[in-house]
Design a protein around this ligand. Sequence first.
Ligand code: OAD
Ligand code: ZN
Length: 258
Amino acid sequence: MTDKVKNSFDASYPQPVEWARELLSGAKNVFVFTGAGISAESGIPTYRGAGKGFWDGLRVADWATPQGFARNPEGVWDWYCRRRVQLGSVRPNPGHEALAQLQRRIAGSGGSFTLATQNIDGLHQTAGTENVLELHGSLLAVRCSDCSYAETVGPVALDSPACPECGSRLRPDVVWFGEMLPQDTWRAAEQAASECDLLLVVGTSAVVYPAAGLIETALAGGARSIEVNPEPNGFSGLMNVSIRGKSGEVLPQLLGYR
Ligand code: OAD
Ligand code: ZN
């Protein structure tokens, strides 16, 4: 199959979706890496993007750093509560659902499937994907700033940000800029990326590290690669197949679920 794998910019190349289907059908160990784009069609804005990013007009340092939280703990807590409540009214889209079906298909054929996401919205899990590696934590959980207490809370606003174990301040269980990723999750993602034979990158600008390094890990291990994104990112030139489109439309088509 090696000689057939070309970049999708090659004029003699057949439809990217056909190539991607072929790569997928030969894959045994699949590693999927997702970002905000997969949830865009569920109505959750992406962080970056031509004049429409979530961070546009917001100071990341105020809302997504430990220093911002230390300066304004109540304001940051409330801000995440509002975002969390909004998750109560969003639903997975056909892109999330197609990936959940892909997991069942790969598992059913004796292969391995790992999905690592940078998203904190829980939509992969709602769609039925199991063992999701949440690299940047979860908006639907809180944890203690001091001890190991953590709790999944669902899409609700909590007005009592005190740890029931030690009384210290609770915080959203998300990773802020300048913080370490959850180490067990990170190690599991690195291992799956290094062992995969197929990498599927969906809806990420791939600019935030260390998460984006998983793409490099998978490619260094010799994985074939497919990306689904309406726009290119810095890794697009390294992909075997680039499919330019919305994941909620492309993934069901690619995976044969529509
Ligand atoms: P970004 O907002 O940086 O990138 C979103 C990507 O999704 C872009 O490449 C878009 O082209 C693409 N996109 C938009 N609509 C899409 C659609 N319908 N289908 C598929 N793709 C689409 O989001 P991330 O790469 O996830 O971190 O950002 C990484 C991290 O930066 C986030 O986890 C967050 C953020 O700051 C933290 O908060 C720690
Ligand atoms: Zn505590």
